[in-house]
Design a protein around this ligand. Structure first.
Ligand code: C2E
Ligand code: MG
Ligand code: MG
Ligand code: MG
Length: 279
């Protein structure tokens, strides 16, 4: 909003605000048909064991390539998908597609899928997950559902019940972006989390003797006491990686070990004997 400055200031800001609103309407309209038009893709980013630096899994990340708008980043379209409710059908597709690919990987390679609060509100979610696992013959322990603390902001009794139903299927939970939100530690008891993902904002500031290192160390220690493991997110350099590993993070994920990549490329990393052709 324009605070002061009279007409001149208002005139300077209005076009930018109008452009934003227009962009948003365009994204809303276009996202509605994106799935049916085949514009959505998954990218898979390697998750690596901190000790032997081998791939232990992949995180599925949505990509949207629009013929005119080009590549729209998740930071721009996920909020639109959440507000319009489109995240529910799109999220179903993500779960199914992630399981289809996981079925081609060795049985010890996991797949992580991000869930928005609106998806967890949806009563069909449990059946969608169960069906995707069964149809593809993927063991439930291989699927890790990533949720953020945002989910717990409005205390809905249905949330904990839904998480318990999902947990009963045998899938795992990770608490994503840990440290950036509210970090009320009570949230850690809202689901049977097996993993805490330490946000990149700490990882990128981790160095010997830094405050970020002290925070990472505290999270790692707490996670250990709660029988959870930790992943350092957004590890870009060797020194960030070594710091996080030495502080006790069990897994790392970041550009140092691989950017989010097309499914065929990810698959070739864990099934090297297989020649995979783009479909
Ligand atoms: P996230 O789940 O925390 O995913 C990690 C983000 O960090 C990804 O951004 C990834 O590309 C990026 N990243 C990974 N390594 C590095 C690194 O070394 N450096 C930097 N600078 N970034 C790194 P992306 O793909 O743009 O996704 C952004 C967010 O959008 C995700 O954050 C997640 O919250 C959301 N999102 C993505 N796909 C889905 C989806 O299928 N469903 C839902 N509900 N949300 C999704
Ligand atoms: Mg995530
Ligand atoms: Mg994250
Ligand atoms: Mg994030």
């Amino acid at each position: 909003a324009v605070k002061s400055g009279g007409r001149g200031a208002a005139c300077r800001f209005e076009p930018a605000i109008r452009a934003r609103a227009e962009e948003r309407r365009t994204l809303e309209t276009e996202l509605g048909g994106a799935l049916a038009r085949g514009e959505l893709r998954l990218a898979f980013q390697p998750v690596v064991d901190a000790h032997d630096e081998q791939i232990v899994g992949f995180e599925a990340l949505l990509r949207w390539g629009h013929p005119e708008l080009g590549n729209v980043t998740p930071d721009r379209f996920i909020p639109v998908a959440e507000e319009t409710g489109l995240i529910v059908p799109i999220g179903h597709w993500v779960i199914e597609e992630a399981c289809r690919w996981a079925a081609r990987w060795p049985a010890n390679v996991t797949v992580a899928v991000n869930l928005s609060p609106a998806q967890i509100d949806d009563p069909r979610l449990v059946a969608v997950v169960a069906e995707a696992l069964a149809a593809n013959g993927v063991a439930p322990e291989r699927l890790e559902l990533e949720i953020t603390e945002r989910l717990f902001l409005d205390e809905k009794p249905s949330t904990t019940a839904r998480l318990a139903e999902l947990g009963a299927l045998g899938v795992r939970f990770a608490l994503d972006d840990f440290g950036t939100g509210y970090s009320a530690l009570g949230y850690l008891q809202k689901a049977a989390f097996s993993r805490i993902k330490i946000d990149r904002s700490f990882v990128s500031r981790a160095g010997p003797g830094s405050d970020a290192s002290a925070i990472i160390e505290a999270i790692v220690r707490m996670a250990g006491s709660l029988h959870m493991t930790t992943t350092a997110e957004g590890t870009e350099t060797r020194s960030e990686f070594e710091t996080c590993r030495d502080l006790g993070c069990s897994q790392v994920q970041g550009y140092l070990f691989g950017k989010p990549m097309p499914p065929e490329e990810a698959t070739a990393l864990v099934v090297p004997s297989l020649r995979v052709f783009a479909e």
